[in-house]
Design a protein around this ligand. Structure first.
Ligand code: ATP
Ligand code: FE
Length: 335
């Protein structure tokens, strides 16, 4: 069974070919254009998708060593995401499925970030149901009770900014380019996480809030820069380590509460922020510290990619969950 998967929800154009649960190719064309603007410009993103989609798909097929006529189905991201970006991927997927006369499979991007753990990879275990998924990405921060492949329930989420935004906006305050998350991670490795103290927001239950932290960091930086113009340059690593430490603590507090409330001790993280080395280390330690079993995705399946869309496509194919070409893209979409 060969599935071609297409992901175009935000600013990366991605295509992958899977043979059952195994990834044969996983290609991502990143759009560098957005760096100049300090964030994703939707209109530029959809135009870049239009330019990239045909070559990216061709490279994915070539790397996989298969031809279009061998494909069994086409999977694509239905949402959530930027409408203009989603439409490029869905139009392409629909046309190709129609031309090849193979099933079309619409995939929820947030389910895909979680189900990426079901990709066959040497050295990686797959979670058994039920487990807790923590999706930490550029647009979402969710704790999800995963009962089965397509039976998921959001039990906690952010009430304002996503955790990826907290990283990116903090980075922007420090004058770092977009997206700043990976840079905070990099500098944090050389810094003291307890150098500066930021307070954690008080949010009841399993929900999150990150907008207050961003404001707190802004005031902290402004105040210190007013006293010493070189404050950021002199303390960059310590500031990054302290910010990252605070964010990890916020995530861990809620995760501990979710484990307590559900009794589930299997935790699988996903989404771009799960690439963060501090989070990966903390969860690895949590296994011995709290007796949890933690699933940490392979690096290439953390930020947006089409392999994760393909694995959902594979499981939907097995359950014959197909769509016709009337299926519509959705900027917001529940599970
Ligand atoms: P969503 O999945 O919610 O629609 P998205 O697809 O835009 O959002 P992802 O590609 O999953 O988001 O993740 C991108 C985010 O991950 C960005 O905010 C980026 O800064 C963050 N990120 C990537 N690597 C790291 C890292 N090492 N440390 C912290 N944040 C990171
Ligand atoms: Fe994503």
């Amino acid at each position: 069974l060969y599935i071609l998967a297409i992901e175009s929800s935000c600013d990366d154009t991605a295509a992958a070919v899977l043979q059952n649960a195994k990834v044969l190719s996983n290609v991502v064309a990143r759009q560098a254009i957005h760096e100049e603007y300090g964030g994703v410009v939707p209109e530029l993103a959809s135009r870049a998708h239009q330019q990239n989609i045909v070559p990216v798909v061709n490279v994915a097929l070539k790397k996989a060593g298969i031809t279009r006529s061998e494909l069994s189905a086409i999977a694509f991201t239905q949402g959530p995401g930027l409408m203009g970006s989603l439409l490029v991927g869905s139009s392409f997927a629909k046309s190709l499925a129609l031309a090849l006369n193979v099933p079309l499979i619409a995939v929820n991007h947030m389910q895909a970030h979680i189900l990426a753990h079901y990709i066959d990879e040497d050295g990686y275990k797959k979670p058994t149901f039920p487990f807790l998924g923590m999706t930490i990405s550029g647009g979402h921060t969710q704790i999800v009770r995963v009962n089965d492949y397509f039976d998921m329930e959001v039990i906690g989420e952010t009430t304002d900014d996503a955790v990826g935004e907290a990283f990116d906006k903090s980075a922007k305050i420090l004058g770092l380019p977009y997206p700043g998350g990976p840079l905070i991670d990099k500098y944090a490795k050389e810094g003291n996480p307890k150098a500066f103290l930021f307070t954690k927001p008080k949010v009841a239950g399993l929900n999150f809030s990150f907008s207050g932290l961003k404001t707190q960091i802004l005031y902290f930086v402004q105040k210190n820069v007013a006293e010493n113009p070189d404050f950021i340059a002199e303390n960059r690593n310590d500031i990054c380590a302290s910010i990252q430490h605070t964010i990890i603590n916020i995530l861990m507090d809620k995760l501990k509460l979710a484990v307590k409330e559900t009794g589930i001790t299997q935790i699988a993280i996903g989404g771009g922020v799960s690439a963060n080395s501090g989070i990966r280390n903390t969860l690895t330690e949590a296994q011995t510290k709290y007796g949890w079993t933690c699933y940490i995705p392979k690096f290439e399946y953390t930020t947006d990619n089409a392999a994760m869309i393909g694995i959902v496509g594979y499981h939907k194919y097995r359950e014959q969950l197909f769509n016709d070409s009337a299926v519509v893209s959705k900027a917001r979409i529940a599970f």
